[in-house]
Design a protein around this ligand. Structure first.
Ligand SMILES: Nc1ncnc2c1ncn2[C@@H]1O[C@H](COP(=O)(O)OP(=O)(O)OP(=O)(O)O)[C@@H](O)[C@H]1O
Ligand SMILES: [Mg+2]
Length: 399
């Protein structure tokens, strides 16, 4: 039955899709490399997931944590806010897991009273509470590295005792202040390197690493932010670069979503839908939803998809409006000027000339736009493209 109540499409952010489009390689890496090696206490590099807004970083991390949790691994997921909160949030989340999985005294053993007071962490029979209001001042951060490492090790050992791993995910990591990023990356790498010396089946010396799996995710500016924080974490990690989805993957996912609810789609309708999605996961759900609600037969038709393209206009306006909300006038003008140029002409010099300025006067504006994930460098000197699909069309559409 095709009615709005049972639509398989879920427009929004951070919503686990019912059917995944693409990302097989990244899931396989987790299932076949990260999980078995980490549980087996073999050293495995941290993964750094980067990609523009809406490409599916958050849902990827959530899916991994779900799968790990279902398999009785221990998981800690934090989403970073601007500032230095992430360190205390991670300490708090680890303390909660430790409280749940081992003796109640384990948390108070691992974190002394002064430290608990300084980060606003209280332990009671009902659980662990952390006052997440205040971010630690940068000068206190080095003092938190040690307790963070101690907790990571303690919880990883708890997992090791059960033949499982501890999976730590940090989302929106581009938000973290450099001082906190340095402490975070340094500590995670330090604990991943900790090992016990044991003997293998033939009496040979073997290193049993702590079973700690690490995923950091953020906008494409994240690697640079990690580097400038002074940490070598990124060089030692394995990057997973999330680009747009491939058309055949979008096609297969749409077909799969529909067939799960016993609805078909005409081939021309599917082609047009895939074309408008442009590989962007968010649009898959947006156009999909409108195509779904455009009719009630058990086949989605070409005219349903044509109607969806019109219907989606309002949502798209809101979507792009959100993306550029709060930008200063100069940054906004920069985007509009770039959008008016042909794609091959979008260089800092050309945009500056359009605005009657020099490139160097606009350096911080360009940095801010890159940092917000609105534009990205293209290979080739000074060329940029819009990181959010269709944003250029929206900016020049004369709303
Ligand atoms: N591979 C995929 N298949 C199907 N749907 C997906 C896929 N990836 C993402 N989505 C959908 O797209 C939406 C956006 O994904 P998500 O919130 O994970 O993006 P993000 O990269 O974390 O964006 P941001 O940088 O803004 O946080 C989600 O609600 C999800 O349902
Ligand atoms: Mg996200």
């Amino acid at each position: 039955m095709r009615d709005p109540a049972n639509s398989p499409f879920t427009p929004g952010y951070g919503i686990l899709p019912q059917v995944w489009a693409g990302r097989e390689r990244e899931f396989r890496d987790f299932d076949e490399v990260v999980v078995p090696r980490t549980r087996n206490r073999t050293y495995e590099q941290a993964r750094v997931v980067t990609g523009n807004r809406g490409v599916g970083k958050t849902v990827f991390l959530a899916q991994l944590a779900d799968e790990a949790g279902d398999a009785d691994d221990l998981t800690v997921q934090v989403t970073a806010r601007t500032g230095t909160h992430v360190v205390t949030e991670l300490i708090g989340s680890l303390a909660r897991v430790l409280h749940r999985t081992s003796a109640a005294a384990a948390v108070t053993d691992a974190l002394d009273a002064t430290l608990r007071r300084s980060i606003g962490l209280t332990v009671s029979s009902s659980g662990v509470r952390v006052d997440l209001g205040a971010a630690p001042p940068a000068k206190e951060l080095p003092g938190l590295a040690d307790p963070l490492a101690r907790l990571l090790e303690r919880v990883a050992r708890e997992a090791a005792d059960r033949g499982r791993m501890l999976l730590v995910t940090v989302d929106e990591a581009q938000n973290i202040d450099p001082a906190a990023l340095e402490v975070l990356c340094h500590t995670l790498a330090d604990v991943q390197n900790r090992h016990d010396r044991t003997r293998g089946p033939h009496g040979e010396a073997v290193r049993a690493y702590l079973p700690l799996g690490v995923y950091l995710a953020g906008l494409p500016s994240l690697p640079d932010r990690i580097r400038t924080s002074g940490s070598t974490f990124f060089e030692r990690s394995l990057p997973l670069d999330f680009g747009l989805l491939r058309a055949p993957d979008v096609q297969a996912a749409i077909r799969g979503m529909l067939s799960n609810v016993e609805v078909g789609i005409e081939p021309e309708a599917l082609d047009l839908l895939v074309d408008h999605v442009g590989g962007y996961p968010y649009f898959l759900h947006l156009y999909g939803k409108h195509a779904w609600t455009a009719g009630s037969s058990d086949v989605v038709t070409l005219s349903d998809v044509e109607a969806a393209i019109v219907e989606a206009t309002t949502d798209l306006g809101r979507f792009y409006g959100e993306r550029v909300r709060g930008l200063g006038d100069l940054a906004y003008d920069w985007l509009v000027a770039a959008a008016r140029l042909p794609t091959t002409e979008r260089t800092t010099g050309n945009v500056a000339a359009e605005l009657g300025r020099t490139s160097s006067q606009l350096g911080s504006t360009v940095d801010a736009l890159l940092g917000r994930g609105l534009i990205r460098h293209e290979p080739g000197r000074g060329r940029f493209s819009f990181a959010v699909p269709g944003l250029d069309r929206y900016l020049t559409s004369g709303r």
